[in-house]
Design a protein around this ligand. Sequence first.
Ligand code: PGA
Length: 241
Amino acid sequence: MEIIIVKNYNEMSKKAASIMESVIREKEDCVLGLPTGSTPIGVYEELVRMHKEEGLSFEKVRTVNLDEYVGLEESNDQSYRYFMNNNLFDKVNIDKKNTNVPNGMKEDIHAECERYEEVINKMDGIDIQLLGIGNNGHIGFNEPDEELNVNTSLVVLKEDTIEANSRFFKNRSEVPKEAISMGIGTIMRAKRILLVANGKNKAKALHALISGKITTNNPASILQLHSNVTLVIDEEAASLF
Ligand code: PGA
């Protein structure tokens, strides 16, 4: 595991974006695995800047997002499809047909999970999976539990995740209780994993990544089994290292 500790959020965003950039420049039709949340916003801003100022092209780039809430329309400003359009897709020259986010409005969510897993499998692998990490160690919406899903699945969100995400909603009761998420296996099949994190509240969850132990109580700890993981984290997030 490569660990890059940087001073602050700005440096984290720039460093992670430059790694993503090198993947895109090397393979114009690469597959990017993408997260939502507060952490990657700076990475997306930097990629948009590179597109505008340095000719970074997304024309042939393909993307798959980690997860989506169940029950939110694409037009809902809290849906992850809306987030991705707003923070990246509408600001670069990507073909929206090449962007994939699970559809949380489908009547048959299990069929949608299977379809989504199949979309990823047909792509011949995710070249780089950008990840955030939850305070509780979740990756995607794979929450700490006795068992973890291998493939894309319907998940029930934990109270601490609902609490953490309620900051984006008018009130807590509006936060969806379910989501579709890539499974741990879907994430682990990515050729390369790039995890970004900043701030003290991530320090404990990150510590599990260097603990030498794997536990389903911290889903991110399984990344220790992947052979190509880079962490780009700020000093506060690394404070327990
Ligand atoms: P955050 O979420 O970037 O908003 O902290 C990360 C996550 O929950 O995976």
